[in-house]
Design a protein around this ligand. Structure first.
Ligand SMILES: C[S@@+](CC[C@H](N)C(=O)[O-])C[C@H]1O[C@@H](n2cnc3c(N)ncnc32)[C@H](O)[C@@H]1O
Length: 171
């Protein structure tokens, strides 16, 4: 579906394998903010235990309905909705979203949706060996905020030469 739509903003394989491994540790409900073409949701479902629910929200109607059709029968709940509508299904054991989306969305709203021990997974960062992390010559405040929030145990994982993923687990 990604290729059909000329859509390249999908989770890459390295991130997908990480998502599947993290999902394998989760009970309850896993949420994805921004379905895109469904690549991340498919990785999450592939790793999650059978009883763990996977729900994903997408604002774009064409993408949302396309993915709904694609996943009919796959035990992935696709909502055509703003990510904030996911709150009806909270709390979550894992929330997955890309860094660009996370920049635009209030951090505290995301934190409220997580259960104790729940994790946020943010992908699409550029690997950076310095502290504080820098992006394009400026401090990467999104990454800094998640990595230094004392309510979380967190890590920045370089999954490929050009991509890193932040994982923050709520204490
Ligand atoms: C980078 S893509 C997501 C890729 C997907 N998570 C994956 O792993 O393949 C970001 C998606 O977020 C969607 N989006 C943007 N704002 C949104 C919002 N407020 N609520 C839900 N989805 C949104 C965009 O339409 C786009 O499809």
């Amino acid at each position: 579906m990604s290729l059909e739509r000329g859509y390249v903003q999908a989770s890459r394989t390295e991130t997908g394998r990480l998502l599947a491994a993290l999902a394998a540790t989760r009970t309850g409900t896993i949420a994805e903010c921004g379905t895109g073409c469904g690549v991340g949701a498919a990785w999450l479902r592939s790793g999650a235990p059978k009883k763990t629910r996977v729900i994903t929200a997408e604002l774009d109607p064409e993408l949302a309905h396309g993915v709904m059709d694609m996943f009919a029968g796959d035990d992935i709940d696709v909502m055509h909705a703003d990510w904030s509508s996911l709150s009806e299904h909270a709390p979550f054991s894992l929330i997955f979203m890309d860094a660009t989306s996370a920049k635009g969305w209030p951090r505290e709203k995301i934190v409220e949706l997580l259960e104790e021990g729940g994790m946020i997974v943010l992908d699409d960062f550029t690997p950076c060996p310095t502290w504080p992390p820098v992006e394009g010559g400026r401090v990467d405040s999104l990454r800094l905020d998640w990595l230094s929030d004392e309510r979380f145990t967190s890590v920045d994982v370089m999954v490929a030469e050009d991509t890193s993923v932040v994982i923050a687990v709520k204490k």
